[in-house]
Design a protein around this ligand. Structure first.
Ligand SMILES: [Mn+2]
Length: 427
């Protein structure tokens, strides 16, 4: 289904007075503080976050899955769902495909369909963490790091296929996340596993088009529980550095051990011009894949504080990472959840734009700890929501996307169209 622009305009009209009052109040305050409000609105509008094709259905855990109904049954329907999100918030203009969960049968037709919804294709993701039907060799004991050359070659070939599909779709990056590792001490020779992975990635890297990037994602544990080959930003950075300029690190917020200082990792990766991609989600304990900003909004803000600092640094050659959500939805409607995530990400971004960076640096140089905290928290405690709503209003999106999603009974329509017992490929 598609949302008629008239419905969005009607919805926005009902918010006109309250939105205008809230925005005017905030804009005056920001102008008084020396901010260029039009420039802020422009940056907020331009900030687009890709939606993963695997997060549009109800997720699940190893204990079970509870169907939402009306979930997309095909790639075409997944594109339609991302199109719905983008119509509502004008902030999600790209879809990230996971292969082989979402292999386009006819790339020309799929590309044309995406264009109808004003969508482009973000990074393509390979999958060597599970066996597919009819596959020659098993990934039970690894893929790119496997001890058997034939298994490694199969995984290399798969990644090259993914690049080819991505090229046809107009994507410009390959994301590699490896489940490879060990569940028990002694199971794997650390150095050999790393070297084999590097050699495999080099074979893939050689096939990477000149203008493409390769994102090397890291994760400390799961599904392997003792060691993973690319476990942290150090091993990801090592791998990316050895591969070459087109290889960059990918930070997934859920892929850190509890209390890791992710903002510091981000700052250093940007300093080294090696931050390529970003996967947003939130977590309490592990890789919980919850809605971005739902558990630790201050951490998200602090991360954006470093991201904005890096993006505004004229010396940085890779200033803007590829933004993507990587989440799973067990109890919420996936589409509502994604709208909430995009909103939370953009709130943190907008707050980070309000950090008085010059003053912060002076405070840091002078070791004025109190002042530094004041500067950060003044920005974090600014309610920027009227600014985001204004940016949406001007872009032709809904002032309150979740409210409009509900008012239009979108999920009910999708259930009617697609059925109650639907299963989407994905997490
Ligand atoms: Mn991820």
């Amino acid at each position: 289904m598609k949302i008629d622009d008239i419905l969005i305009r009607e919805h926005n009209e009902s918010f006109r007075e309250s939105q205008q009052a809230g925005f005017t109040f905030l804009a005056e305050r920001l102008q008084h503080e020396g901010f260029d409000v039009d420039s802020l609105l422009h940056k907020i509008t331009s900030f687009q976050i890709a939606i993963p094709s695997w997060a549009l259905g109800a997720g699940g855990t190893r204990f079970g899955r509870f169907s939402m109904g009306g979930e997309p049954r095909s790639l075409e329907e997944k594109i339609a769902d991302v199109g719905l999100l983008h119509a509502l918030n004008k902030s999600s203009d790209a879809i990230s495909l996971h292969i082989p969960w979402d292999v386009p049968e006819n790339t020309t037709a799929i590309k044309a369909l995406a264009e109808e919804y004003s969508l482009v294709f973000d990074a393509v993701n390979s999958n060597t963490f599970q066996d597919q039907p009819g596959q020659g060799h098993s990934y039970k004991f690894g893929s790119l790091s496997h001890t058997d050359h034939a298994v490694r070659q199969q995984a290399i070939d798969h990644n090259i296929e993914v690049i080819k599909t991505g090229q046809e779709l107009g994507s410009g990056a390959l994301t590699v996340w490896l489940a490879d590792g060990a569940c028990f001490p002694g199971q794997q020779h650390f150095k050999k596993a790393f070297q084999r992975t590097l050699t495999s990635l080099q074979a893939i890297y050689e096939q990477l088009p000149e203008d493409w990037k390769m994102f090397v994602e890291y994760k400390p544990y799961e599904p392997n529980f003792y060691a993973t080959v690319i476990q942290d930003w150090g091993s990801s950075h090592l791998m990316a550095s050895k591969l070459g300029k087109k290889a960059l690190c990918l930070v997934d917020l859920g892929h850190h051990l509890p209390n890791t200082n992710i903002e510091q990792i981000v700052a250093l990766l940007m300093m080294e011009e090696k931050l390529g991609g970003f996967h947003f989600n939130d977590s309490k304990y592990g890789d919980d894949d919850l809605t971005a900003g739902s558990i630790k909004p201050y951490q998200l803000f602090l991360i954006f504080n470093e991201l904005v600092a890096g993006m505004e640094d004229p010396a940085c050659a890779n200033p803007t990472p590829a933004w993507m959500i990587d989440a799973s939805h067990n109890v919420k409607d996936p589409l509502e959840d994604l709208l909430q995530s995009v909103e939370a990400i953009k709130i943190a971004y907008a707050q980070a734009l309000l950090v008085k960076r010059d003053a912060l640096e002076v405070a840091q140089e002078e070791n004025d700890v109190v002042k530094a905290q004041e500067i950060l928290q003044n920005a974090f405690r600014t309610d920027v929501r009227p600014l985001l709503a204004e940016a949406r209003l001007r872009a032709g999106a809904a002032v309150d996307p979740v409210a409009l999603f509900r008012k239009l009974n979108i999920r009910q329509h999708l259930r009617k169209e697609r059925g109650l017992k639907t299963v989407s490929t994905g997490l």
